[in-house]
Ligand binder design. Structure first.
Ligand code: ZN
Length: 198
């Protein structure tokens, strides 16, 4: 990389820290940025720093928001007695796109993975348990259908069931190892409708 100026090398290196960006893509993006009009670059940089500064976790469901409470939790028309547990805000967005789910969410920001050294204390589980002190009828576990998602679902079920709250898991309509984000809305809706008690 020595044939570039150190600024370009630095830009390439910073970009290559992003997920899914290998060295070649990082180089391509770096040169693209250098060719962008200055105000567009400033807009990109400002959007990143503003988001990083202003976005925080919703006090209720832990999703990303720029208010204290996210719009879903703040909506009185949503069923606050039904909580769907998802791994990340992208999964929440996927279920919202179906337009069929009327309950609220809880975002774990990860899943239990003994292999990766991620335990129950590393995800937003204690926040969920606090919410269950209010009147809740059902916890729908919508973690991914893979080893981590299954481990997390079983763990949640063991915690929640003794409280006398119904725990269900989304149906097998979601393919094994499938990332919720890439599944179409009808499949997601069917998985939700076909959920089974744990
Ligand atoms: Zn919220």
């Amino acid at each position: 990389m020595e044939f570039y100026s150190s600024q370009i090398s630095n830009l390439v290196e910073q970009l290559s820290h992003l997920p899914g960006i290998g060295p070649k893509t990082a180089q391509r993006l770096a040169f693209h940025i250098l060719n962008m009009p200055e105000e567009q670059v400033t807009g990109l940089v400002n959007a990143m720093t503003d988001a990083k500064k202003k976005v925080r976790y919703c006090k209720e469901c832990c999703t990303y928001t720029d208010e204290e409470i996210c719009p879903i939790c703040a909506n009185p028309k949503r069923n606050h007695r039904q909580i769907m547990v998802v791994e990340n805000p992208r999964d929440l967005a996927a279920y919202e796109k179906t337009g069929k789910y009327e309950g609220v969410y809880h975002v774990l920001h990860g899943a239990i993975s003994p292999m990766a050294g991620i335990g129950p204390q590393d995800i937003r589980l204690s926040e969920l348990m606090v919410r269950l002190k209010d009147d809740v009828d059902e916890v729908i576990v919508a973690t991914n259908k893979n080893l981590e998602g299954d481990t997390t679902a079983t763990y949640i079920s063991k915690l929640v069931k003794p409280l006398g709250i119904k725990v269900s898991r989304i149906a097998s309509g979601v393919p094994a190892g499938g990332d919720l984000e890439y599944i179409d809305e009808i499949t997601l809706y069917r998985a939700l409708e076909g959920r089974t008690d744990m």
